[in-house]
Design a protein around this ligand. Structure first.
Ligand SMILES: [Zn+2]
Ligand SMILES: [Zn+2]
Length: 444
């Protein structure tokens, strides 16, 4: 279903006509009014799109129907759309004269969990995931991002005489398993298509709607997967002297590895090692052959990451040596890198966002969670990711006062208020993109 009829493009275009032409100082006050008018006219259709996507979420690399919906929207707007980039990803290009190419990313995927919001448009959909039937829910707000993404594209086209260059709108699969950005890059995102000059993404959550938060530099954590198998020699639980006990090695490691954090790492730097899964043995009176530990390692800085990895490996080997056991099998699954917000891109966007959002624009500390938007910066594209709030401000304040904060991302109760959240997303993203075009044009 194509939600945008061509005549709707008129509203923003009308306002754009009374704005000063591109390359003059960015007049955020007037642009804001034009953007708000455009959003107001488009919102009913965006609301329908949001609720349809919310009610029918799809998991990582299964986002076929979701991608098709977005492809239809972007084609209707006049974008040149290529589907199945990085399995289920989508690239939509729009050229408007000479100038830089600016990339805007949304995610496509949802989570394998049951939604418990009780909303009229709540998801009841189920699918098969890793061999198991599961409910599916958009509990991370990626549906908010998709609606904002389409709305931003629509708004930017209505303001076409305010910018020159290319729009590269990408819908990325599989963010939740940190694989989609890599898959799109491996499928030629920056070789089959123009490599963009700048990239933007947003994420919803955390604070009341109307607020926009951002960081300069590090925005989220490096995430590495930890796999350690301690190899022992099994036997009777009553005859330990004839065995090498891998459960003992696992127990020692779990405790000792935290000294890498508390004694080796600079206490002013961020670093976490969490052992989240321990698999060993069957019954109480058998010493098993081995013990498998799975964990996650989080850090902001590469040097901290390197120090932690070395310490973890040393601790595991020492624990095995103490038991006179063979060397353990240690594998570090290199996961997601930290999102780095480019200082120059941020400085430009910050000015426009400050003028539009005033004290509702907040500089916040980095997140300890991870995000594969970092892959695009890693591939050499200066970029910025920012956050938008989702909650009713009064409810948020009352919940915090009561000591039970409102449900956050990945909670079955996660329920953004659609209209003000999507509006904030479109307004902030449109201004960020326009500010980057403007800065580039004036640098020439
Ligand atoms: Zn998530
Ligand atoms: Zn997310």
């Amino acid at each position: 279903m194509n939600l945008f009829a061509k005549p709707l493009l008129a509203s923003a275009a009308l306002y754009a006509a009374i704005l000063p032409p591109a390359h003059a100082e960015l007049d955020v006050g007037r642009l804001k009014t034009a953007i708000e008018t455009s959003i107001e006219a488009d919102y009913p259709k965006l609301d329908a799109l949001y609720k349809e996507i919310h009610a029918h979420p799809e998991l990582a690399f299964q986002e076929v129907k979701t991608a098709a919906k977005l492809a239809a929207e972007m084609q209707a707007l006049g974008f040149d759309v290529t589907e199945r980039v990085g399995k289920t990803g989508l690239v939509a290009i729009y050229k408007n004269g000479d100038g830089p190419t600016i990339m805007v990313r949304t995610e496509l995927d949802a989570l394998p969990m049951e939604e418990k919001t009780g909303l009229p448009y709540a998801s009841r959909d189920q699918t098969n995931w890793n061999g198991r039937d599961t409910f599916v829910a958009h509990s991370c707000g990626h549906d908010i991002h998709m609606a904002s993404w389409v709305g931003t594209a629509k708004t930017l086209l209505g303001l076409k005489d305010q910018w020159h260059g290319g729009l590269m709108f990408i819908a990325q699969p599989a963010e939740e398993i940190a694989s989609g950005a890599k898959a799109m890059l491996a499928d030629g995102l920056f070789t089959r298509f123009n490599k963009p000059d700048f990239a933007f993404a947003l994420h919803s959550g955390g604070v009341p709607y109307g607020y926009v938060s951002y960081r300069v530099g590090i925005g989220s954590s490096n995430a590495d997967g930890l796999y350690i198998k301690f190899i022992g020699r099994g036997g009777h639980g009553a005859v330990p002297q004839r065995t090498i006990d891998p459960v003992m090695m696992a127990a020692r490691f779990i405790v000792d590895v935290q000294t890498v954090i508390s004694r080796e790492q600079d206490p002013t730097e961020f670093g976490i090692v969490t052992v989240g899964a321990v698999h060993s043995g069957t019954v109480g009176n058998i010493i098993p052959d081995d013990a498998l530990l799975l964990g996650t390692i989080r850090s902001f800085k590469p040097e901290v990451r390197a120090k932690m990895l070395a310490g973890i490996e040393r601790t595991a080997k020492a624990v095995a040596a103490m038991s006179d056991a063979p060397a353990p099998d240690i594998r570090i699954g290199e996961g997601t890198k930290a999102v780095i917000n480019d200082p120059a891109v941020v400085a430009t966007a910050e000015k426009a966002l400050k003028a539009a959002f005033g004290d509702k624009l907040r500089l916040t500390p980095a997140n300890t969670t991870s995000e594969d938007f970092s892959e695009f910066a890693g591939a050499g594209v200066p970029s910025m990711m920012f956050n938008i709030g989702v909650y009713e401000p009064e409810k948020w304040t009352a919940a915090n006062r009561s000591g039970t904060p409102l449900a956050g991302n990945h909670s079955p109760q996660f329920a953004p208020v659609p209209k003000p959240t999507i509006e904030t997303g479109i307004k902030a993203m449109t201004l960020a993109v326009l500010s980057a075009f403007d800065q580039h044009a004036r640098r020439k």
